[in-house]
Design a protein around this ligand. Structure first.
Ligand code: SF4
Length: 247
């Protein structure tokens, strides 16, 4: 028998598979959450699963083959319009993710990658032919502010923003608005400018920080004021974006 993509021996850490979601890309989609993340955001809702391989012993995280994951998602195929692969940060397991998207594409799934953008051009070029688009988080435009927020700088994130916008592979960009964060206006202004120039029909989602469920650094912060959200939305709309969404 000839070797196929799904014969790959390696496994990946999978947090869970949500059969149906209507908020993670177009239409009704299955969401595959891979485990582990390269960032350490103060507002993360699942910091206990950031370290790759953590929580395996509790049964919450499972090591699975690409084929095993695809077989589970195939059960929902007639009810969904596609699959979104999320995290944590799904590109933290690069070879497993590649094998998974190849196996999903073999079954003709529409595939979106939900990412924090922390990967280089070489990996983007390997991943891009197998997926239908990206949903990119841009947390902060200023490298130091990003480091304070997420524990790492944002060089690769910003490179990916330009690259994906230029290639029109961006389905959506998201920024979580932490109340009165000094970089909010600069971030929304810069992201909007890039999208307006290169990919004006891409959705820009401004997400209200919500303290509920946050166990990290920012758990005591309030939600941002509506005036701040509306001001930021106006900046993005005035830049020429047709789809600016507050959530
Ligand atoms: S990028 Fe997402 S999963 Fe990773 S630490 Fe930040 S909020 Fe958590």
């Amino acid at each position: 028998m000839s070797k196929t993509v799904s014969d790959e021996a390696f496994k990946g850490y999978v947090k869970k598979i949500l059969p149906f979601s209507s908020v993670d890309g177009p239409g009704n989609r299955s969401i595959i959450f891979l485990q582990g993340c390269s960032f350490r955001c103060g507002y993360c809702h699942n910091p206990e699963t950031i370290a790759l391989g953590s929580a395996v012993t509790t049964g919450e995280i499972r090591l699975r083959t690409p084929d095993d994951v695809v077989q589970e998602v195939l059960k929902y195929k007639s009810f969904i319009s596609g699959v979104t692969i999320s995290g944590g940060e799904c590109t933290l397991q690069p070879e497993f993710l590649l094998a998974l998207v190849k196996a999903l594409k073999k079954e003709a799934f529409h595939i979106l990658i939900d990412t924090n953008g922390d990967f280089d051009q070489a990996y983007y070029e390997r991943l891009r032919p197998w997926v239908d688009g990206f949903m990119l988080d841009v947390k902060s435009i200023d490298p130091e502010a990003h480091k304070k927020l997420a524990g790492e700088d944002n060089q690769k994130v910003i490179e990916n923003l330009h690259r994906m916008a230029g290639d029109r592979t961006l389905y959506e960009v998201r920024t979580v608005i932490v109340p009165d964060w000094p970089d909010n206006t600069a971030t929304v202004t810069s992201v909007s400018k890039v999208l307006a120039e290169k990919s004006p029909s891409t959705r820009y989602k401004l997400i209200r920080f919500r303290p509920h469920g946050v166990v990290g650094l920012y758990k005591a912060l309030p939600m941002p004021k509506e005036t701040e959200m509306e001001n930021l939305k106006k900046i993005a709309s005035d830049a020429g974006l047709s789809q600016v969404i507050l959530v």
